[in-house]
Design a binder for this molecule. Structure first.
Ligand SMILES: C[S@@+](CC[C@H](N)C(=O)[O-])C[C@H]1O[C@@H](n2cnc3c(N)ncnc32)[C@H](O)[C@@H]1O
Length: 220
């Protein structure tokens, strides 16, 4: 299977097993950004977002697009350049400052009075607003996402799939059953593609397969 091959049908029903109660603390994410061990950042953007952008946009222009856990995702700049506005949330201020610096975007900073310690970093043109805070300070993640979704809105969600008994994460394995139980009462869930993303890094983690699974969640 190459990197673009469809891997549907592989591995449904794998149990999350030893990852069940594992969380990565805020400090650990901050440390990753401080030490530059940001293997999760894709300098050229995520190929699945590029491929399925039309599905997400569905012909609409001038959207307001939310990037939870945004890091310094380059897609935020692309979408702003296309005329959309972007709102992101990220716990690492370093990540957000790197985003503005790497794209030479002038920005201003202001506190968010409702959330202690939180800041909003916004381009001077106002089309990209990135909140530096823990997303759980806003609300619990899934209920927050559900409240943000308007009628006829779509949410592209990428998860990863591998044998969770062989690697403790992150990233964490999220089975389709979990997506259904979290979001299923609120929207239609469709798996768009499963892609083999296995690399040497995953082999070093002790894995023998690693898939990315892309869903579109449609809120009517
Ligand atoms: C998988 S990475 C996403 C990286 C991003 N796509 C990029 O290209 O930089 C997850 C990001 O979420 C941030 N994060 C993790 N937990 C968070 C939380 N509870 N609230 C806000 N940000 C969080 C991490 O610092 C990290 O940058």
């Amino acid at each position: 299977m190459d990197g673009s091959a469809d891997a549907s049908g592989v591995l449904e029903g794998t149990d999350i097993g030893s990852q069940k109660d594992r969380v990565v603390a805020e400090e650990e994410w901050l440390r990753k950004w401080e030490t530059g061990s940001i293997w999760f950042h894709k300098e050229r953007g995520h190929p699945l977002l590029q491929k399925y952008l039309d599905v997400l946009l569905n012909g609409r222009s001038g959207l307001r697009i939310f990037f939870p856990l945004c890091g310094k995702a380059v897609e935020m700049k692309w979408l702003a350049d296309m005329g959309h506005s972007v709102v992101g949330v990220e716990v690492s201020e370093k990540a957000l400052k790197e985003f503005f610096a790497e794209h030479s975007l002038p920005y201003c900073e202001e506190p968010v009075p409702e959330i202690s310690g939180a800041k909003k970093l916004e381009t001077t043109s106002g089309n990209i607003a990135l909140y530096c805070c823990n997303i759980y300070d806003l609300s619990s993640y899934v209920s927050l996402m559900i409240t943000l979704m308007e009628k006829n809105s779509s949410y592209l969600l990428v998860t990863v799939s591998y044998d969770p008994n062989k690697h403790k994460g992150p990233p964490f394995y999220v089975p389709e059953s979990e997506i259904k139980s979290l979001f299923g009462n609120h929207c239609e869930i469709k798996c768009l593609q499963k892609v083999n993303d296995f690399s040497d890094k995953h082999r070093q983690w002790g894995l023998d397969y690693f898939l990315e699974v892309l869903y579109i969640l449609k809120f009517d």
